[in-house]
Design a protein around this ligand. Sequence first.
Ligand code: GLU
Length: 312
Amino acid sequence: MTVGRYAPSPSGRMHLGNLCCCLLAWLSAKHQGGRVVLRIEDLDAMRCPRSFADLLEADLAWLGLSADEGGSAGGPAGPYYQSERADLYQYYYDRLAGMGLVYPCFCTRSQLHAASAPHRSDGQVVYPGTCRGLTPEQVAEKSRIRPPAWRVMVPDEEITFTDGHLGQYTENLAADCGDFIVRRADGGFAYQLAVVVDDALMGVTQVVRGADLLSSTPRQLWLYRTLGLPAPEFYHLPLLLAPDGRRLSKRDGDQSLEHLQAKYTPEQIIGKLAWVCGLTDTPDPCRPAELVDGFSWEKVPRQDICLPEGLF
Ligand code: GLU
């Protein structure tokens, strides 16, 4: 059975881009007769208080997009809050460490950006391997000054996968990404590790998320393989842009659910979103359930979607 998921980081109220992602994740799973899991990605617990997660669940219910499992309702693969799953991440982190793949890194962000290492399209630096070869003495000395982050050693290997919506995507882990962080200097586990552990243990078979995470997928596929975990299929969505072409962010107050809720019914919001996603011919109000039968990834644009002026 298809198991889809929403994996929001509740650092603020959802905006239209987040809603679009939830709508398509829900439709894609339901169209295949599947179900949807809600996992709250609150690894950064300070920025993601439980009250925001609760509001997010209420918003999903208001829109007719409640998950079948997870969140505060719990379920067989709980807990569904990343802030409560550190022991699971620790187990898989230890597996990586046991394979000799993890090493401490003392580089600061500014050192990395100052180094002439190439930058990725998402603005991140390709990690040049600076701390890969530190001796135990150097590690002991540097540890006295500040605690390290922990990186996993990636192979010089191309990872290719076929995205269900965007087609084939390839990245060479060593050249295009470099060794990446699996545990932060404050002891918290990094998104890349947590998302893999969670999707695998929650039985997720289909990941639908924004195209900004496309370039994370080769890293995650490599982690699935290395940890012997089953990998889901991936569908990456074009990004939704404000009418002036900017990327939407949670700071865009007027596109956040708080404002939309005051202006529109849930059916009006879903109808407009379904239309910009190519699922309907007109932006007329509708409920998610009415879109299930006619849903097809073929209808969804592959390029970023610019919201028409005045639609919301
Ligand atoms: N928590 C991430 C976000 O809200 C999504 C991660 C994912 O879908 O893999 O952007």
